[in-house]
Design a protein around this ligand. Structure first.
Ligand code: HXC
Length: 274
């Protein structure tokens, strides 16, 4: 992560590129928004005028994050406790969001679970748990929000990964789960396009300072290694994902749906040529 490379591909704030009012009057519903990448995605949407509901399992963390996000952006943020594995809890979370804000325009399906485990150390329940959080959680989120997103002719972003494009060791469970998430978005885009709804996937590469990076770094490949080998010359930053989010939800992306956007500093291309 040399300074030279940082100058070539600097991290920028979306407000340096997009107007701060583009999402004024709009509402974001974000699962997994209490921390990490999804919290950063939510913050950027709020910086451009949206109010938001952030959904997760840990109410204390959500409440602290919601206060922080409101303070930093001047917009409203509603913390809502729900486990995405529960359709009932998600329906209740959507009802609370509608009660508070009256509409849902944008949905981020971001709640995810992960750990490194070889197949020999991955129990049936371990596999099932990740599928239930990532894949069923995405399905449950779409089911619960779709009537409102249709009403507003809104848009979805699913947070996926790039590790299932080819075999990634110790990631059988997440690879299967994220491949299905990509498939959900593709089919949703085609079915719902005629109703004015768009759906796209963001597949983040290695992003520094996140729980995912901490969990997935190994002795063989640390966060620093990822930064050094990345064609864009540095590790990803949460703002890189946030910027892509603002673009994909904005009207500038009105004819973009059913796409899977790797936001990864070129890592995927590097890996395909190795
Ligand atoms: C092997 C494991 C394990 C591990 C859990 N399990 N951790 N097996 N190695 N390190 C197994 C357990 O033994 C159990 O199976 C089953 O998984 C369920 O575990 P629980 O702890 O009971 O489940 P739960 O409390 O629901 O927790 C879900 C979780 C947990 C996914 C296991 O890690 C979690 O809550 N994570 C949320 C936060 C998170 O993962 N963030 C990272 C997101 S990053 P048995 O058989 O014993 O009952 C991300 C990026 C993906 O997703 C893309 C990367 C590029």
């Amino acid at each position: 992560m040399g300074t030279k490379e940082q100058q070539i591909h600097p991290v920028v704030d979306s407000t340096a590129v997009f107007k701060e009012t583009i999402f004024a009057g709009k509402v974001l519903f974000c699962t997994g928004g209490g921390s990490g990448i999804c919290k950063g995605m939510t913050e950027s949407m709020m910086r451009h005028g949206a109010n938001a509901a952030i959904v997760g399992r840990k109410l204390d963390r959500l409440t602290a994050s919601a206060e922080e996000l409101s303070k930093s952006t001047g917009k409203l943020c509603l913390p809502v406790q729900a486990d995405v594995r529960s359709p009932e809890q998600l329906r209740a979370a959507v009802a609370k969001t509608i009660e508070k804000f009256g509409r849902i325009d944008f949905v981020i399906c971001g709640a995810a679970g992960n750990f490194l485990a070889p197949i020999s150390g991955l129990s049936e329940n371990g596999f099932k748990t990740v599928i239930e959080i990532d894949t069923l959680g995405t399905y449950n989120t779409v089911k619960a929000t779709l009537p409102h997103v249709r009403n507003s002719r809104g848009s979805y972003i699913m947070v996926s990964a790039t590790l299932h494009y080819r075999g990634t060791p110790y990631q059988i469970h997440v690879s299967a789960a994220k491949a299905a998430v990509d498939a959900i978005s593709n089919a949703l885009a085609v079915e719902e396009g005629p109703h004015g709804v768009r759906s796209n996937v963001i597949a983040p590469g290695p992003i520094g300072g996140t729980e995912g990076m901490d969990r997935l770094s190994t002795k063989d490949k640390t966060a620093t290694d990822w930064g050094l080998i990345t064609p864009a010359g540095r590790l990803g930053d949460i703002r890189d994902i946030a910027n892509a989010t603002v673009f994909l939800f904005s009207d500038a992306a009105n004819w973009i749906t059913g796409q899977i956007l790797a936001v990864d500093g070129g890592n995927e291309h590097l890996r395909t040529t190795q």
